[in-house]
Design a protein around this ligand. Structure first.
Ligand SMILES: [Zn+2]
Ligand SMILES: [Zn+2]
Length: 150
């Protein structure tokens, strides 16, 4: 019998709670200027999941933000504490990017992107997972994850 893996997460105040009901697709850190601005910090970590494997409870507000691709992103916030919990990139239909550190047990990044914009005082030990800009998904994601987004 297959035991279902469930990942739980929440905002800062507990109003928004979510569940990922399958293994996430991929987790990555982005060091680009947009992510720096949106976090007020040096990078963001996103865990990619399928929309139909993501369940959210509690009131969220959503706004449209610009992205480097020009297509934009819908960002979702807790209406009480303001924590930015997840987003939907319009280029990635059917998928959600969860802000990894809102997970109960955050996952480690499998790739670092836009490392060309990385703060100089951050040292990433594993250089093999660093990409100057974006990676080639076909070469970076697992076969299983690639299969699941088809
Ligand atoms: Zn909250
Ligand atoms: Zn970014």
């Amino acid at each position: 019998m297959n035991k279902k893996i469930v990942f739980n997460g929440s905002c800062g105040c507990g109003n928004v709670k979510y569940k990922i009901i399958n293994e996430p697709l991929f987790t990555q850190a982005c060091h680009c200027k947009d992510c720096k601005k949106s976090t007020g910090s040096s990078f963001v970590i996103h865990t990619m999941v399928l929309s139909n494997e993501f369940q959210v409870n509690g009131d969220v507000a959503s706004i449209d933000l610009p992205t480097g691709s020009g297509k934009g992103v819908n960002a979702y916030f807790c209406i009480i504490c303001g924590v930015y919990v997840f987003c939907k990139y319009k280029v990635s239909e059917g998928r959600i990017a969860v802000r990894t550190k809102t997970l109960e047990n955050p996952l480690e990044p499998q790739a670092h992107i836009f490392v060309k914009d990385k703060d100089p005082w951050i040292e990433i030990k594993d250089k093999t997972i660093c990409h100057d800009e974006m990676y080639d998904r076909e070469k970076t994601w697992s076969k299983e994850s690639l299969e699941r987004i088809k």
